[in-house]
Ligand binder design. Structure first.
Ligand code: HEM
Length: 147
C-alpha cells in the first residue's frame, strides 16, 4: 500500500478544486439557458455557483503554488526550461480564466441585472473563454505532472 504523502494531498486538493471550477462552469452553462425566463432562477443559480467557484479558484492558486515547489520548478527558470515554459503558459491561461469569469461575475452580470434588458451573448462569450482557458490550463497541468 502506498503512503498518502503531503505532496499527494496537495495535488488531490488541486484536482478537486479544478473539478469544481471546470465542472461547475459546464453545469452552469447547461442550466442557465434553461432557467432564463423562470423569474429570478437563472440569477440566483449563477450567484449560488459563485459562492463555491471563487473559493475553489483560491484553492487552485494556493495549492498550485505549493505544487510548483513540489515539482521543483524554480520561478526564476520560468522561461528557460521546458517545464518552466509550460507552467508559464498554464499561468497565462489561469489568468485568462479567472479574469473572464471575474468580469462576467462582478461587472457584466450585475450591470445586466440592473439594466433588465440583457445581453446573454456577452455572458456566453465570457463564460466560454473562462471555461476553455481552464480546460487548457488543466491540460498543461497534466503535462507538467507527467514529466
Ligand atoms: C484554472 C486553474 C487551474 C486548473 C484548472 C488546474 C488544473 C490542474 C490539473 C488538472 C493538474 C494535473 C494534476 C495531475 O495530473 O495529477 C494540475 C497540475 C499542476 N498545476 Fe494546476 N490548475 C490550475 C491552476 C494552477 C495554478 C494557479 C498553479 C500555480 C501557481 C498551478 C500549478 C500546477 C502544477 C505545478 C501542477 C503539476 C503538479 C505535479 O506535477 O505534482 N495550477 N493543475
Amino acid at each position: 500500500m502506498l503512503n498518502i504523502t503531503g505532496t499527494a494531498l496537495v495535488l488531490w486538493l488541486h484536482v478537486l478544486a479544478a473539478c469544481i471550477w471546470i465542472g461547475g462552469q459546464v453545469t452552469i452553462a447547461i442550466l442557465i439557458p434553461i432557467l432564463r425566463g423562470e423569474g429570478q432562477l437563472a440569477r440566483i443559480t449563477g450567484r449560488r455557483y459563485q459562492t463555491i467557484a471563487w473559493p475553489a479558484f483560491g484553492v487552485l492558486v494556493v495549492t498550485g503554488i505549493i505544487n510548483v515547489g513540489n515539482t521543483g520548478i524554480a520561478w526564476r527558470h520560468l522561461l528557460d526550461t521546458d517545464p518552466g515554459r509550460t507552467l508559464a503558459v498554464k499561468l497565462g491561461l489561469v489568468a485568462v480564466s479567472g479574469l473572464a469569469a471575474g468580469v462576467h461575475a462582478f461587472l457584466q452580470a450585475p450591470r445586466r441585472d440592473a439594466a433588465i434588458v440583457g445581453r446573454p451573448w456577452a455572458a456566453a462569450l465570457l463564460g466560454s473563454v473562462s471555461l476553455l482557458a481552464a480546460v487548457l490550463a488543466a491540460l498543461y497541468g497534466v503535462a507538467i505532472a507527467n514529466v
